[in-house]
Each structure stands twice: as C-alpha cells, then as structure tokens.
Design a protein around this ligand. Structure first.
Ligand SMILES: Cc1cc2nc3c(=O)[nH]c(=O)nc-3n(C[C@H](O)[C@H](O)[C@H](O)COP(=O)(O)O)c2cc1C
Length: 215
C-alpha cells in the first residue's frame, strides 16, 4: 500500500502557508483511493527534543564501547526511523525561520540521519530510502530567487536536499512559496498580488504532484 509520511513544522496555527500546501498535497494523495494511506506528524505540536546524545548519530552496531544511550532516547529515535522507513513518499512542510529551518524540523533530521541505518557507513551498504520520493514545501516571507542577490541566504532547502537527496538518495521535489509576509509588511504591499499568485500556484502544484507521483 502506498504510504505517505506528512510532516509539518510551522509554528503558526492560524494562517500557515506551508500547512495549507501540505494539506493540499495530502488531499491529492488521499483522493487516489483508500490504499493511499497517510501518517501525519506535527513537529510543532509534538516536538522532538534536541538530539540528546551524539551516539544516536550512529547505528547501535557502530557505537563505541562507552557510547551507551538512554533506552528512552533510543526508543524515541526508533519511532521516528520506523515512521520514515515505512513511507514510500515523504512530505515536509519547511518554513524559513531566520534563514534556516525550524528547530523542530532540524531536531527531527538529527534523529533520522543515522550512519549505518539511513546512511550507509561502508562502501557496499544499501541506502534503504534510495529512490523514494520526498516533497519539500518551503515557505518564506521574502524572496530568494536564484540569480537574485539574496539567493545564497536560503539555508532551508540546501540542507534538506543534502540530507534527503545526497545522503538518503531520495528524489527531492521542492515547492516554494515566497513573499508570504506581503499582506503584513507595508513595504511589501505592491507584492501582494504576486504573493497570492505564488500561494495559489503552490497549492495547485501540490495537488497535481500528489495525484501523479509514483508511489
Ligand atoms: C521566527 C521566524 C523567523 C522568520 N525568519 C524569516 C527569514 O529569515 N526570512 C524570511 O523570508 N522570512 C522569515 N520569516 C517569515 C516566514 O518564513 C513566513 O511567515 C513563512 O510563511 C512561514 O511559514 P508558514 O506560513 O507555514 O508558517 C520568519 C518567521 C518567523 C516566525
């Protein structure tokens, strides 16, 4: 059965743009039929702790003799890993906070990016997530278009592409919606039309992608 793991990390319970787009994706996915199942995890409502022990970056068999970890921490990490490994498609709502990722999402990444488990340690080890699809929904208040002078300020999409794409071997698609602060910031008033169009386009694209994505 094709299964989707849906993560949100926006701290805005009122008008989150990324949540609207991930919800559109989930709708499109579920409309494909009952076999298209979903697990949703809200990293803001139920945040992972900061990685409690660096030893958790290593699979148990790769830890040194003195790297014993708290069983409760290991159990929590295993829960995140099991959810991820059970997913054919991963959907990540990833707002930009201070040019970076929300700390909740970063903490989740720190729990699941594990050498010898999701990332191969030896040359011939398999990557269990290789070839699966990841969809990143990147919302940001301003604009960081490639070619623009602020393009290099985006520290949200590049680390996700590195972890999910480069390390895990997933096929990463990115849905970007920019200028989300145009309604609120007076200096951005003339960008409101563009912002609304970007939000509409992102929602439609998410539904379209969900309807057609290979699972
Ligand atoms: C703590 C915080 C930091 C933010 N930092 C930035 C930033 O560095 N650059 C930017 O363009 N927007 C920034 N924003 C605006 C958000 O990226 C924007 O509101 C986005 O739509 C948030 O996603 P959401 O609508 O899903 O909550 C920030 C918002 C918050 C709450």
């Amino acid at each position: 059965m094709p299964h989707l793991l849906h993560l949100d990390s926006s701290a805005d319970p009122r008008s989150s743009s990324s949540r609207a787009v991930t919800a559109a994706f989930v709708r499109g996915w579920q409309e494909r039929g009952e076999a298209f199942t979903v697990t949703s995890r809200d990293l803001q409502a139920d945040p992972p702790p900061h990685l409690p022990d660096a030893a958790l970056h290593w699979a148990p068999r790769l830890r040194t003799a003195d790297e014993t970890v708290d069983p409760a921490d290991e159990l929590r990490q295993q829960g995140y890993l099991d959810e991820l490994l059970a997913a054919d498609v991963l959907l990540v709502g990833a707002p930009m906070y201070n040019w970076s990722l929300p700390s909740t999402l970063k903490a989740w990444l720190d729990h699941v990016h594990v050498l010898g488990t999701t990332v191969p340690f030896g040359e011939y080890e398999a990557r269990p997530l290789a070839g699966r699809t990841a969809v990143v929904v990147s919302s940001r208040g301003a604009s960081y278009d490639s070619g623009g002078e602020q393009a290099s300020w985006d520290h949200t999409v590049p680390p996700l592409e590195l972890v999910l794409g480069q390390s895990f071997g997933m096929q990463v698609s990115v849905i970007t919606l920019q200028l989300t602060l145009a309604d609120r910031v007076p200096a951005m008033a003339d960008l409101r039309g563009q912002a609304a169009a970007e939000a509409d386009a992102a929602r439609s694209y998410a539904e379209e992608l969900a309807a057609g994505i290979a699972a």
